[in-house]
Design a protein around this ligand. Structure first.
Ligand SMILES: Nc1ncnc2c1ncn2[C@@H]1O[C@H](COP(=O)(O)OP(=O)(O)OP(=O)(O)O)[C@@H](O)[C@H]1O
Length: 243
């Protein structure tokens, strides 16, 4: 299996506080890695460093073999990143925003229009295509962000809570979409929803206080206790309490 994401000893300190502490894992093509942990565990910080949005204090991250710090443009070519929250440029319409993202990715003319139309179809945004992003509900804003991440059909997807704010039907659709794309890509999703891990992930990495406390398949994790909730608490609470 080819590792499309390679994270080695990644660390981020904010002053004297270590938010991400010596994190190592890799993700191969075909894998959907669930990145789990309690609030403040360091998930978003790890994902931001992987996406080249934040410089690590130490350690390395590579996307399709390209170091995100030394070769940021080459690494980002292979990456679709859905950050936390809503897309920027809220006054743009959905179509306008996605066209802007597509142009930034180097698409023009009919190729640009095809890309935007395809991404909108995948994320079911056609009904709101002419609406300004700021007027959309949270779930629709999330899907606009997801469409922007998928636009260039990248080999690597890093999705920070992709189903946050979606209703159950939309969650189902987004999980189906992730599953459908999975064979051709390496995907990392962070989530608080334990059922999502069983539903879409082939592997799970659990972090607490910035450190990896488990790296296993969903079935291996589930076998560690009576419920996924209990396993999650056993893995993460001692770390939180010890801090
Ligand atoms: N720019 C920053 N400056 C200082 N501290 C920060 C900064 N960004 C994050 N932190 C801290 O680093 C820790 C990890 O934050 P992070 O957002 O990565 O956690 P998370 O696992 O994504 O949490 P959540 O599940 O709540 O989104 C937190 O204690 C947070 O307050």
């Amino acid at each position: 299996m080819t590792a499309l994401i390679e994270i080695e000893r990644l660390t981020k300190r904010f002053g004297g506080f270590t938010a991400v502490d010596d994190v190592t894992f890799s993700v191969a093509k075909g894998e959907v890695l669930g990145f789990l942990g309690p609030n403040g565990a360091g998930k978003s910080t790890t994902m931001r460093m992987l996406a080249g949005f934040m410089t690590p204090t130490s350690g390395t991250a590579r996307i399709c073999g390209e170091d995100v710090v030394d070769r940021p443009v080459a690494a980002k070519r292979h990456l679709g990143f859905l950050p936390e929250g809503a897309p920027t440029y809220p006054e743009m319409t959905v179509t306008g925003f996605l066209q802007f993202c597509g142009r930034a990715r180097g698409f023009h003319g009919s190729a640009l229009n095809d890309r935007v139309a395809h991404a909108m179809a995948l994320t079911q945004l056609e009904g709101v295509r002419l609406q300004p992003v700021e007027t959309l509900s949270k779930g629709f804003k999330r899907r606009v962000g997801l469409a922007a991440a998928l636009l260039h059909d990248p080999a690597v997807l890093v999705l920070d809570e992709p189903t946050d704010g979606l209703d159950p039907n939309q969650k189902h659709e987004v999980r189906n979409l992730i599953r459908a794309m999975a064979p051709e890509k390496a995907i990392v999703i962070s989530t608080h929803i334990l059922e999502e891990v069983a539903a879409v992930c082939t592997r799970a990495v659990v972090i607490a206080r910035g450190r990896v406390v488990a790296d296993a398949t969903p079935a291996e994790l589930a076998a560690k206790g009576p419920t996924m909730d209990a396993v999650f608490r056993a893995l993460t609470l001692p770390e939180v309490e010890a801090a």
